[in-house]
Design a protein around this ligand. Sequence first.
Ligand SMILES: [Fe+2]
Length: 301
Amino acid sequence: MPMTFHQIHTHFVAEVSGVDLSAPITSEEAQIIENAINRYGVLVFREQSISDAQQASFSRHFGALEVPGLKTNITKAKNRRLGKFMADISNLDRAHNILDSESRQRMFNLGNRFWHSDSSYRAIPAKLSLLSARVVPQHGGQTQFADMCAAYDALDAKLKKEIDGLVCEHSLLYSRGRLGFGDFTKEEERNFRPVHQTLVRVHPASGRRSLFLSAHAGQIVGWPTPVARVLLEELTEFATQAQFVYTHHWRPFDLVIWDNRRTMHRARRFDDANQVRDMRRTTVAGEAPTVAKQPNNITDA
Ligand SMILES: [Fe+2]
């Protein structure tokens, strides 16, 4: 059965059928999927009952995988529930119990409820994210996606000109600061040093321009902070209007791929003190920084 792509949102997002991700795919099939990612930005695969190993090997068709947690450092290696390349997007601890309601890890994870682009706090931000739903809550816990190409296209010409060439600082200090965190350890302060990202980026495959916004963005280089924050807030509000947003209602064994180079996303609330949401993400690393030069103190990706 050939692979088919059915567009389910005016601007982006397609549902894919005719492929079984628990079996190896050919490089031709991988290329068809990558072409579709470049076109739609978000792909939804239903009923894909896959293991972590199968998810990782499927993901590697699209590039090298990020090792999660190197920057966040919240989950020490010994406390990890999942393998090296799996980002644990759940409310569970190593023993698969729901995280204590006061745990710092739970509080830190709430940053996923703000609109963001994955790993935009890394000097080379993420290319793709692949999220597999293993257990979903009865209510809530959806993921929303915003099409930052469509949002950019809809900006008026004057604003497009104003923001052209602007560079933002991205850091977990900003996104976690919004949650009320201020008590960062010395190690976290080192790991969370802001990186530079261009505000308007060009997609390497489609050539389309998009707004590179994220909850991690907290400053525009050379601007007074309040002026920068107001513009970033205004652009985020514009880019996340209903017409640019797709809401994914998870079923167990859905797998969703999104292109962080042209979308933002956020998780919606659910009863995380009582219900399990077990999602596992693999992240395909980006290939290049979005700016020519990082601040002097940034040497890693
Ligand atoms: Fe995310």
